[in-house]
Write a protein that binds this ligand. Structure first.
Ligand SMILES: Nc1ncnc2c1ncn2[C@@H]1O[C@H](COP(=O)(O)OP(=O)(O)OP(=O)(O)O)[C@@H](O)[C@H]1O
Length: 250
């Protein structure tokens, strides 16, 4: 398995956010975390790239294995830095830098990739093609990224996250601030990207999880209530709690 999460519990100070969560994510799929607000989805997502290390008082027990490596055994900050560099992350609110489209693509990676300007630009163009912005912007890469629409900004953030060739993309509600058409384009994009990347996403949108994910985990109050293939979980939930959530009774 590409990601193996075993018996993970997590705390912010004394308050427990996750309790004994175990799940496995295969490579080249879209894996959705769903559940009501505060059930621990984001905490688990941010545990996979050790982003929670920055939160004072955060503590995690259990094991997280990524591509065969136990990412919490290697405790050095340098390991965590390298780990994060190898994982793309996309957030709920689009966060382009207040610079041009091309600068957004190149600046964050310049110190990590020792390639010539021409090679870097070709890589950037390749990623912009992948997210459908290359033709859409028809070469206007010197315009400010802040002038793009919300959906275009989010696709730019995805393209930027791909510049370091991550194997894994973590996405925290990537469409929740977007209109339905932009959401549709991102969903289409993610479905294409899973051939090259593994995608784990938090979503509040159950229809979105049902439409595009291959596997779904449903969390409730910090616990994993049910996991499985998305079609099975939505069509034949095993747990009453899942049934109640999917039918809007929670
Ligand atoms: N930085 C933090 N400091 C303290 N407590 C936190 C922090 N982040 C999250 N929590 C708490 O941990 C629990 C789980 O939060 P988390 O954000 O993981 O849930 P979630 O399911 O992603 O919620 P939402 O869907 O609303 O984003 C909640 O009780 C939350 O208040």
């Amino acid at each position: 398995m590409f990601i193996e999460i075993s018996h993970v519990s997590a705390w912010y100070g004394k308050s427990r956010a996750l309790a004994d969560v175990s799940l496995e994510v295969p490579e080249h799929c879209i894996y959705a975390f769903i559940g009501p607000s505060g059930c621990g989805k984001t905490t688990l997502l941010r545990s996979v790239n050790r982003l929670n290390d920055f939160v004072p008082g955060f503590r995690l027990e259990g094991d997280v294995n990524l591509d065969g490596a136990d990412i919490y055994k290697a405790r050095s900050p340098r390991f965590a830095e390298e780990l994060r560099r190898g994982i793309g992350m996309v957030f709920q609110h689009t966060n382009p830098l207040p610079m041009t489209v091309m600068q957004n693509m190149l600046l964050p990676v310049r110190e990590h990739l020792k390639e010539s300007k021409e090679v870097l630009r070709a890589m950037a163009e390749d990623k912009l093609k992948l997210v459908g912005l290359f033709d859409e912007l028809s070469g206007r890469f010197d315009q400010s990224a802040l002038r793009l629409s919300g959906g275009q900004q989010q696709r730019l953030c995805i393209a930027r996250a791909l510049m370091l060739e991550p194997k894994l993309l973590l996405m925290d509600e990537p469409c929740s601030a977007l209109d339905p058409i932009s959401t549709f384009r991102i969903e289409e994009l993610l479905t294409n990207l899973k051939e090259r990347y593994t995608i784990v996403m938090v979503t509040h949108n159950m229809e979105q999880a049902r439409r595009i994910s291959d596997y779904t985990s449903f969390f409730y109050q910090g616990r994993l209530a049910e996991s499985g293939k998305t079609l099975d979980l939505f069509s034949f939930p095993r747990e009453e709690l899942t049934q109640n959530y999917l039918t809007g009774r929670i």
